[in-house]
Design a binder for this molecule. Structure first.
Ligand code: ATP
Length: 325
């Protein structure tokens, strides 16, 4: 059996009094796209920094591409690409100049051709000679992604690659991920854009408050992680009228407006199946004085699982199959 692209075992890190990462254990299979999920401050960046060697762990082990990390870390640098959160760009440089600079720094053979290749891969060919300072956020992000791909890494670790991107930018990023996967690259990326990114993940790792809560394939996590997903309701009254009232109910996890008379609702404890959840939702709206014209249930999304897992105050939540103890 081939070793995973990445395995971390019992990783811990403290910054002064702050326990940033506690006993984190998970693995990333070769060729997979793995989403690294968790609320702000969960410890994702710290784990990523430890994996690539920017931060020393206090305890635990890291195995990268089959090699246990220690003195041989240096040997692996050319096999890994790391995109940091909010990477630095040089506004006066053109995209081509910027990438050429790094290609030369890495000693990449035939640098000009490789720069053209990566620029094409991230869809920036027509803008290659424009200054980075004039690029949109999405274009800058794609340029930085091109930079970490220059040396053809086997494993790409990306911290919030979709931060600040609009839905089109996120869709472009997803397409790029799929192309890289098709070439055999392994990807681990952190994101808050769950709804947008879940379609691209082969597996996910959930973190909260420094601990890994669950790992696994989305299909393994979803059915038992959340018994019912969001509900879509059409109301007689304008949706805006009822949002505040409904959001304040203890049974309601999340409600958001999706149209003039439409809302999406996620219940705190949705019941055994979608029938129960729909009945409960209809009752809630009716008791609050609103008329439900139609209601249907969406399949649970990763976002639903994420909300249920990362809610700190729910002691009796139903736990998914891949839960890590
Ligand atoms: P985000 O999604 O906001 O980037 P994250 O999941 O990446 O969050 P980390 O940035 O790893 O989380 O932070 C985990 C915790 O460790 C936070 O409470 C953070 O304030 C703390 N922390 C991280 N780096 C340091 C540091 N260098 N010094 C002190 N505390 C730190």
């Amino acid at each position: 059996m081939t070793s995973p692209a990445l395995a971390v075992h019992a990783l811990s890190k403290t910054f002064g009094p702050k326990l940033a990462v506690e006993d984190a254990t998970f693995a990333v299979a070769r060729g997979d796209i793995t989403g690294f999920l968790g609320p702000n401050g969960a410890g994702k960046t710290t784990v990523m920094n430890m994996i690539v060697g920017l931060t020393d762990p206090d305890a635990g082990e890291i195995e990268l591409l089959g090699v246990r990390q220690g003195s041989r870390r240096r040997d692996l640098r050319m096999l890994i690409g790391y995109l940091q959160e909010k990477p630095r760009i040089y506004p006066e440089m053109t995209a081509r100049g910027y990438l050429r600079f790094f290609a030369d720094l890495y000693g990449i053979p035939d640098a000009g051709a490789r720069v053209r290749e990566v620029i094409e891969r991230v869809g920036l060919t027509s803008a290659v000679d424009r200054r980075l300072g004039n690029f949109s956020r999405g274009m800058q992000q794609r340029t930085c992604l091109a930079r970490v791909m220059l040396h053809r890494p086997e494993l790409l670790i990306l911290d919030e690659p979709t931060l600040g991107l609009d839905p089109n930018g996120v869709a472009d990023m997803r397409a790029i991920f799929r192309e890289m996967k098709a070439e055999g690259v392994t990807l681990l990326f952190s994101s808050h854009q769950l709804a947008e990114m879940e379609r691209v993940c082969d597996s996910v790792v959930f973190m909260r408050q420094g601990r890994v809560l669950a790992t696994g394939r989305p299909a393994e996590l979803l059915p038992s992680g959340v018994s019912a997903g969001s509900l879509r309701l059409e109301l007689y009254e304008p949706a805006a009228q009822c949002l505040e009232r409904i959001a304040g109910l203890p049974e309601v996890e999340r409600v958001r407006q999706t149209g003039l008379h439409r809302v999406e609702l996620l219940l705190h404890r949705p019941g055994a199946d979608s029938r129960d959840a729909r009945a409960q939702a209809t009752r809630l709206f009716s008791q609050a004085g609103y008329t439900v014209l139609s209601i249907d249930a969406a399949a649970p999304s990763l976002e639903d699982v994420f909300i249920s897992l990362t809610r700190p105050e729910n002691p009796d939540r139903q736990e998914p199959a891949g839960l890590v103890h």
